[in-house]
Design a protein around this ligand. Sequence first.
Ligand code: NDP
Length: 454
Amino acid sequence: MAFHAINPVDGSTILTLDNWEASRLSKAMDVAELAAGPWADTPIKKRCALMHKAAEVLRARQEELATIITQEMGKLIKESRGEIEKCAWVCEYYAEHGPGFLEDEHIETDAAKSLVAYQPLGIILAVMPWNFPFWQVFRFAAPALVAGNTGLLKHASNVPQCAQAIESVFKEAGFPVGVFTTLMIGSVQVRGVIDDPRVKAVTLTGSEPAGKSVAEAAGANIKKSVLELGGSDAFIVLDDADLELAVKQGVTSRYMNGGQSCIAAKRFIVVDAIADAFLEKFKAAVEDLRTGDPMSVDTTLAPMARHDLRDELHKQVIESIEAGAKVITGCAPEAGSGAYYQASIIDHVKPGMRAWHEELFGPVAIVIRAKNEDDAVSIANRNDFGLGGSVWTQSNARGERVARQLKCGAAFVNGLVKSDPRMPFGGIKRSGYGRELSHHGIREFVNAKTIWIK
Ligand code: NDP
């Protein structure tokens, strides 16, 4: 059995599915290969019309799809609805802007005519995680399909219904068979798919070990790869910050989605002058969060997606406390059969502690005290990850100065780090490489071909 959908609310089994045998996989690859050529030759206007239709299907099925997300990985139903709406947005965005991003780029040279033409690569494999089980996939699929590529999805094994529902959205929208295919395979079968000469490139969102394995396979085959891995985003609160705003946004950023977002604020780096005042307000707001049924609108903190992830998070927290970090609130699993973890804060996190070096993928904020702005920037950058970061100050000029110094793929001033189809998204350092979204994203999986005519 490769796919187990376990309801994180109570540990009950929703569904188990055998993973595909080699013959079933091979058949799906044949179908994708047959679809690739005609799809690449389909006029982009037609591809965009189908992507518009996918947005309509998503909106029409919003409640059904949001419910599947919540049942399989525990996200609050309100957030699940928002995720489906965001997927519709990215489909529309690329349907509207994709053709412009892929227009021939004329460049003056010694030729009579010289240009760059953006042409599809062919079949692209996407290995995707469970934390935003629709959004992560659509963020890849919308630009890739508009560009004329075909997509294969290997989704996380705890969200099989999401995996199948995504394929059904494209089917219902009228995409030809084989243009987007969900492969019901386990991670051990991924290497074989990457090795297959019909697959031209691969993208992965997930953990570092998974990223390394996929990048190694892609490298061995000299195939393009994009990696969106973890993050440990700094949330820098300077002495002139609007503390009410910083607290409100900090709580949202850290605790939404059960704390399981790569771009969540994870390290609250707070300057000494306001550290105690910030922490007092932050603690009060965090203690207001309420765990419960994610289908209920009264619940404000979701369970974690899996019990094993919750237990691993607790180990990271306990070992950090044993190494000297101070508990401000929470720091224990909740009693019962659900994968719940208390909304937690640990203070005085220092080098050498797991919480300092590792990503905490759950509802635990870590607080690090800094002497001043320079010290805060230096602490923020002393980290192996480089996905996002934010700075909180009432001076935009000061905020921009800090934002420019942060070593990461996205730096926000007085706003929580978020993805937006209009802006590039991705990391540096151990957060991965390549960009998704905006014109940068759609150009990752195309051949930027030079055409030179004397
Ligand atoms: P994984 O990275 O293991 O899973 C993500 C995807 O990669 C899944 O589809 C998974 O398949 C697949 N995968 C895992 N290992 C391999 C491999 N060796 N080769 C090919 N594909 C592979 O994440 P986990 O679910 O185990 O979560 C662990 C940690 O990863 C989290 O605590 C968090 O730190 C990080 N993470 C980061 C995310 C992000 O948004 N950047 C999202 C999710 C997790 P399968 O499910 O079948 O194993």
